[in-house]
Design a protein around this ligand. Structure first.
Ligand code: UD1
Ligand code: CA
Length: 459
């Protein structure tokens, strides 16, 4: 942490080349909005109350991401350029002094360590500004770095304004800067929109600070992949792939077995415990936490869910916003959602759906069932084809099934309903009245037989 650092993250632009109705920085890579990644890197340097996201396009949605991350927002109602974007924060930022980091919001791979290196260079060289650069094989579209003979920066020339000779320079401006805040605010109004785009370019600050007698130095990043800015969806997919490759690699190094890792997609914040085995084509997203010694079968999707140790999710299951306690088993082909909770050693089999339902310890529902809005006790057996009729067309109603009950196959439980502990429901019943403890309830048409009903065929 750098106590006198302020970070401003530029995120007001639309991102025309995304061809999207959604602001560019809200597009997701590695399971998080682009701007969230940059906020994350900034948080390693500056205190949250000194981090600000400049919002403009879809200000409300981008501002909500900033708020959720506990950082501030600065409004830029008209996008008049990257320099103008920072100026919009003048009222709140100009008095803060210290360091001013300016970070492009569309460059999500940036790491805190790299920003630390930038600040170290800024301090060592006593510069008025330091910036990060990198060499690209194809620098088209980027601002080019023009160096002085001593290696210091002389200027950043935007692609559109560059001469043929300048365009041949492969060293580009990544869009991460560290300024002496007082020098920055003293001179920022010298930026003029004297370019074909009529924009206030932040990059003009380099020449302005040099003219005012400051040094400008640059840190050239060897790994240009960290510096990938996103302008279109091809670049978005490339960054997403790199982030996910890194995530599965880190998990494997930390003791998780991942089969065919190139097919597995795991969001950045997901936690997975040691000796868990993840099958091919699995997706684990959001704030999911998976314990140790779990098995996540092929093509399963785990979203914002918590799995204790020794949980088995068999292939092709979907688990969303749910909680699975130790030794729970799910699937194959199961669906758990909206707060489903399997207690210890509860088992759910194929084609079973649970919604807002707790299935108690040791209880089983192994085939073809819908259990919604239900509280189900321990050691309950739910037969194949059981349905809780939780919806009457207007309201949802609760089902309670007490410990040790046995629900015969193909039962229809019309909620609100309560089945007492240790009771039995005969197969094929439609249950509309509460069943007391230790009882048998049968609600179905009686079988009758008409013997010899089939006449002998006439010969
Ligand atoms: C900018 C740099 C260029 C650098 C490149 C790296 C300038 C003038 N040029 O160009 O040297 O090589 O980034 O990716 O800075 N934004 C605002 N408000 C605005 C305009 C932009 O908040 O009025 C935000 C955008 O949302 C984006 C960032 O600033 O996150 C960069 O803007 P963008 O238009 O992509 O700049 P480039 O043309 O790529
Ligand atoms: Ca850009």
């Amino acid at each position: 942490m750098v106590s006198d650092a302020t970070a401003v993250i530029l995120a007001a632009g639309q991102g025309t080349r995304m061809k999207s109705r959604m602001a560019k920085v809200l597009h997701r890579a590695g399971g998080k909005a682009l701007v969230e990644h940059v906020i994350g890197a900034a948080k390693g340097i500056a205190a949250p109350e000194r981090i600000f996201v400049v919002v403009g396009h879809q200000a409300e949605a981008v501002g909500a991401v900033a708020k959720a991350a506990g950082v501030g927002a600065i409004h830029q109602t008209e996008q008049l350029g990257t320099g103008h974007a920072v100026m919009c924060g003048e009222d709140r930022l100009a008095g803060l002094g210290g360091l001013l980091l300016v970070l492009n919001g569309d460059c999500p791979m940036i790491r805190t360590e790299t920003l630390e290196n930038l600040i170290a260079l800024y301090r060592e060289t006593g510069a008025g500004a330091a910036m990060i650069t990198t060499d690209l094989d194809d620098p088209t579209g980027y601002g080019r770095i023009i160096r002085q003979p001593n290696g210091d920066v002389e200027a950043i020339v935007e692609h559109k304004a560059a001469t043929e000779e300048q365009r041949a320079v492969r060293e580009i401006n990544v869009g991460f800067y560290c300024f002496d805040a007082d020098a920055f605010w003293k001179h920022v109004h010298e930026i003029r929109p004297d370019n074909p785009a009529r924009e206030y370019y932040l990059t003009d600050m380099i020449a302005i600070l040099l003219k005012a007698g400051h040094r400008v130095t640059a840190l050239k990043a060897a790994d240009s992949s960290e510096m990938l800015g996103i302008n279109n969806r091809v670049e978005l997919a490339a960054v997403d792939r790199i982030m996910r490759d890194r995530k599965v690699r880190q998990l494997m190094l930390d003791g998780v077995t991942i089969e065919k890792p190139e097919t597995v997609s795991i969001d950045s914040d997901v936690v997975v415990g040691t000796d868990t085995v993840i099958g091919p084509f699995v997706q684990i997203t959001g704030a999911s936490v998976i314990g140790e010694n779990c098995r996540i079968g092929a093509s399963s999707i785990i979203e914002n869910s918590t799995l204790a140790d020794h949980v088995d999710v068999f292939p092709f299951s979907s688990v969303s916003a749910s909680r699975l306690d130790t030794h729970a088993q799910v699937g194959p082909y199961a669906r758990l959602r909206m707060g489903a909770h399997l207690e210890e050693s509860a088992h759910v089999g194929n084609f079973v759906e649970l919604k807002k339902t707790r299935l108690g310890a040791g209880s089983k529902s192994m085939h073809l069932a819908y259990l919604g809005d239900s509280q189900i006790g321990a050691k309950v057996n739910i037969g194949a084809g059981t349905i809780t009729c939780n919806y009457d067309g207007i309201n949802k109603h609760q089902t309670t099934i007490r410990d040790g009950a046995f629900i015969g196959s193909n039962s229809t439980l019309v909620a609100p309903i309560e089945i007492g502990s240790g009771s039995y429901i005969g197969a094929g019943s439609v249950i509309t009245h509460p069943v007391p403890d230790k009882s048998l309830a049968i609600g179905r048409a009686r079988q009758f037989i008409k013997e010899g009903w089939v006449k002998k065929p006439k010969s």
